[in-house]
Design a protein. Structure first.
Length: 216
């Protein structure tokens, strides 16, 4: 006995939805593998003293122009509070640039998302990049006035493969790899201060001198 037309239509819709989900997860898996290979193959480059303010400025400009090229109509106010005493830090510039680009891109995403969701016409997406000399260490802060991070999500953001972005937009590797680069490779620390609906600030603290225990 032939199936009624409505049942066939419903079955076809279910199959179509499942195929769509398979495609989304496949793209995410592909992106995750590519990111992991990129991290493992590129190496860490040269370990050398670097002007930290110049590195932050360069990362900020790269991230901004990249976002403008990728998303039509993207705009955000960039603010800087760079401590002249920040000076030089002995690090792997390629790796720390990768960390900063990831943090800045996340800030852009959060601010842009709040702009889309916020009914307040006066809201202006803003991102602040700051540096601060702290004795034999230097602190870098990236602060956005975006959506903020709920407490239950904040606990997981450094876990590998955890992401709150839609399928295809996030791999869940960015903050996990950033944590490893800062903490394991450079002997530094990374902290998160956030308030849902208001802001997120991520602070990186790096030793000025190379740490013997840190490995590329």
């Amino acid at each position: 006995m032939a199936r009624p037309a409505p049942e066939i239509t419903e079955l076809a819709d279910t199959l179509r939805d499942n195929l769509g989900k398979i495609e989304q997860h496949g793209k995410r898996a592909d992106s995750i593998v590519k990111n992991m290979l990129l991290h493992s193959r590129e190496g860490s480059g040269e370990h050398r003293p670097v002007d930290i303010n110049a590195l932050v400025e360069e990362s900020l400009n790269l991230a901004y122009h990249g976002a403008r090229a990728e998303k039509q109509g993207f705009n955000i106010t960039l603010e800087r509070a760079l401590d002249p005493a920040a000076g030089e830090v002995d690090l792997f510039p390629q790796e720390i640039t990768r960390v900063l680009l990831n943090l800045i891109a996340n800030g852009f995403y959060a601010a842009h998302k709040r702009k889309q969701e916020d009914d307040n016409a006066g809201y202006e997406p803003t991102l602040l990049a700051a540096t601060k000399a702290v004795g034999d260490r230097v602190q870098i802060s990236i602060r956005d006035n975006g959506t903020g991070i709920p407490p239950d999500v904040k606990e997981k953001i450094f876990n590998p493969f955890f992401t709150t972005k839609p399928p295809g937009e996030g791999t869940g590797l960015g903050l996990s790899l950033s944590h490893d680069i800062v903490v394991k490779q450079h002997g530094g620390s990374i902290e998160v201060d956030t308030r849902p609906g208001e802001f997120t600030e991520i602070r990186i603290t790096l030793p000025r001198a190379a740490v013997a225990a840190a490995k590329p």
